[in-house]
Design a protein around this ligand. Structure first.
Ligand code: GCW
Length: 716
């Protein structure tokens, strides 16, 4: 009887006590897992200087509750007066209830800046987190909590942070039907059909994650825009999202389809110089701001890849952008006008066209226009030189657009930490105003003294439980925020911080994970597009190799356009004897890249067309060097998988297995890229494989026969 009762009790307990939740990545870098050695400091209580806390301050207090419950097992008590060991929160609007001696000077921190420092209180020490604005304070709270959960001893801390870039945006390429162009993490998180009736709690979790890394703007919709989002029916939905984001300091932006006045307003034209068109946009802006007073503005892709634009009416990009800017100006909104323009009819080298188009417009844009330029002149490739517009526009603010989603770097399955790619761009010297004129200094406005500065990242977020499709792709979202805040931050340090927050603070495990991340992007370059090759991916979906494609309607969408391989030579001549794209760069870069001898190997075939037997600095022929890079890439992919296997038991099992499966896919696809590339090059150059190199697993026809009609993330 007694035994039966015990069994019953055990059964009831099993039913009632839920099993510990497995880690699934939903918490991102905000798991607030206690560090191995415990948190080094536990505040006695929390004190705010607010008499009536704003919603943002309340979010800061909530965050402390969430974090300390997890880190220390209980919330911090809230006190009215600061004493020894207190954690004091203060912002300009949240000072008055603090004693005079503890009221910090928060001026000069900037609108989003914050300080964290030790102060004397109650005869002992306390920690003060101060922001000029409430959002600055929120950022400070996140920073403090993330330091604690990485195991940092925060007691002696003296931090002062002001973001280098004013607008730090995610750009979603999400369609209204929830398909995400170039999205590899499932459908769009915006459930337009159910909004505004159902405001999914995930929207707040998303805003929370963004705020934790300083992101302060979100463009909700695809740049291949649908005017429908500007209808009253959809604006109501947008308003619901803006309301969720506001306490987190995040503004909403929309993509504006240039032909909207015709599609929605019934006008006969969308000519930016037409009075009715101007009035239509003005009324639309007024309508939006009536509901969303802090609306950020419009992001526009015009006259590119089939999108309508001012050139349809013989007007310039500046005339188009200015018309929208005038509509937004009375409300303080900005226009982010994309420079990703190129046309199939235009015989000029595609990588030159944006510069050719925009350089003459320098100085013609309104003050609230920022021209948004991709990191490279082609299209988010594994490696490109920096875009020549950086440094070339002295009177126009330029935003840097990066792609967080990995359209050209193996979708979500390949591990490719983009921190290193982005740092390569940010630290590239444009020489625009002499040595040291880095892209970072253009982007943070220092070089040309711009007040309007911005960085945008094409989002990799979808409805997948782990948000980004793969666990490691969360690092790219995180790194984007960190670099938009501080372009001088190191890719290595960011990787380490992310890994410590995401997986574990064990230093040996961290060493392995960071080493994997730091080599991952170069591995992708090696097995996909080494030595300056570019854009060799499958047509449309961009999945896998398709080097042989040379017969599309648009030549500039074919891999052949970029590699131009013949029996004798390979590469795109961008020197004076070719397209002369080098002339778009300042000296001494122009001269350096025009000369094959001074062009670095990694950009060689981007700028030069060379015979297969060209002797490289290594002493090997170009062909041998190419094959060596493919082999190296495959080896690196294998190493990644192996390094991860070595962590078994030190990472929670579900995430460990998920990552391991993806690394296995990457390994196989790296080999596929190498084999298909070599098989194709051999069919063109007729050369034997260098000694020791393995023949491709299959023949070229096999690789050509592969089709992927349902590859994710395709455009229209
Ligand atoms: O990389 C290309 C993508 C398109 C995208 C375009 C752009 C949104 O293949 O899908 O369109 O860039 O940046 O506008």
């Amino acid at each position: 009887m007694r035994k039966q009762a015990l069994i019953l009790v055990a059964l009831a307990a099993a039913i009632l006590v839920p099993p510990a939740m497995a880690e699934d990545g939903y918490e991102l870098w905000l798991r607030y897992d206690a560090p191995e050695a415990g948190i080094p400091y536990l505040p006695a209580d929390v004190v705010t200087g607010c008499t009536a806390p704003s919603e943002t301050i309340r979010k800061s207090l909530d965050e402390l509750d969430i974090a300390f419950t997890s880190l220390a097992g209980e919330k911090l008590p809230q006190s009215r007066t600061a004493g020894q060991g207190s954690l004091i929160l203060a912002s300009a609007d949240c000072l008055s209830s603090l004693p005079q001696s503890l009221q910090p000077d928060v001026t000069g921190l900037g609108e989003d800046g914050y300080a964290i420092r030790g102060v004397s209180s109650g005869g002992g020490k306390a920690i003060l987190i101060a922001g000029e604005s409430d959002v600055g304070l929120l950022y400070g709270v996140f920073d403090f909590l993330m330091r604690l959960s990485r195991g940092e001893d925060v007691r002696g801390l003296s931090v002062e942070q002001t973001p280098a870039v004013k607008l730090r945006l995610l750009n979603h390429w999400d369609n209204l039907d929830r398909h995400v162009e170039r999205g590899y993490a499932g459908q769009s998180i915006w459930n337009w059909h159910l909004l505004p009736g159902r405001v999914d709690p995930r929207y707040e979790d998303y805003a929370h994650a963004n705020a934790s890394i300083g992101i302060n703007g979100v463009s909700l919709t695809n740049v291949n825009a649908d005017a429908t989002v500007l209808t009253p029916q959809y604006l109501e939905k947008v308003t619901a999202l803006a309301d969720v984001f506001r306490p987190y300091g995040i503004k909403v932006y929309l993509t504006a389809r240039f032909s909207a006045p015709m599609e929605l307003g019934g006008l006969a034209t969308a000519d930016p110089l037409d009075e009715d068109v101007h009035e239509w946009w003005q009324a639309k802006a007024d309508e939006i701001y009536a509901e969303i007073p802090d609306f950020g503005g419009f992001l526009v892709k015009a006259n590119s890849e089939g999108q309508p634009g001012p050139q349809d009416y013989g007007r310039s990009h500046a005339e188009g952008a200015n018309m929208l800017a005038d509509a937004l100006a009375p409300h303080g909104g900005v226009v982010m006008w994309r420079a990703f323009v190129y046309s199939a009819e235009e015989p000029e080298d595609r990588v030159k066209q944006a510069y050719t188009e925009f350089k003459p417009l320098d100085g013609q844009f309104r003050d609230n226009v920022i021209v948004q330029v991709k990191n490279g002149p082609l299209d988010f490739q594994p490696r490109e030189p920096f875009h020549p517009l950086f440094g070339a526009m002295e009177e126009t603010p330029l935003a840097l657009e990066l792609q967080i989603t990995k359209e050209y770097l193996g979708f979500s399955t390949h591990l490719a930490y983009l921190g290193t790619l982005w740092k390569e761009v940010l630290s590239a010297d444009t020489y625009a105003a002499g040595p040291g004129s880095t892209v970072a200094k253009v982007v943070d406005g220092e070089l040309t003294n711009e007040a309007l500065t911005a960085m945008a990242g094409v989002s990799n977020v979808g409805v997948d439980r782990n948000w980004t499709g793969s666990h490691f792709d969360q690092a790219n979202w995180y790194a984007f925020g960190r670099l938009a805040w501080d372009p001088d931050a190191s890719a290595n340090a960011i990787a380490r911080d992310w890994a410590a927050l995401t997986f574990t603070t064990d230093p040996d495990v961290l060493d392995t994970i960071v080493a994997m991340m730091m080599q991952s992007r170069e591995a992708v370059v090696n097995y996909m597009t080494p030595l300056g090759l570019t854009h060799l991916m499958g047509t449309g979906h961009h999945y896998g190799p398709a080097l042989w494609v040379d017969d599309l309607d648009r030549a500039d969408w074919t891999p052949y356009y970029y590699h131009r391989a013949t029996e004798d030579a390979i590469g795109f001549d961008r020197t004076e004897t070719g397209s002369n794209a080098v002339a778009q760069y300042a000296e001494p870069l122009r001269e350096k890249w025009a000369d094959v001898a001074t062009t670095p190997d990694e950009l060689l075939l981007w700028f030069h067309r060379l015979p297969w037997d060209y002797e490289m600095t290594s002493g090997r022929s170009l062909w041998e060097e190419l094959v060596r890079h493919y082999d190296l890439g495959v080896q690196q992919a294998e190493d990644l998988a192996e390094q991860w296997q070595g962590l078994e038991g030190q990472i929670d099992p579900d995430r460990f297995a998920h990552v391991a499966d993806y690394l296995e896919i990457q390994k196989q696809e790296a080999r596929w890229w190498r084999d298909a590339s070599i098989a194709y090059w051999q069919s063109v150059n007729g050369l034997a494989l260098p000694e020791g190199a393995a023949p491709p697993t299959h023949n070229l026809d096999y690789y050509k026969s592969l089709e992927f009609p349902n590859a994710p993330g395709q455009g229209d």
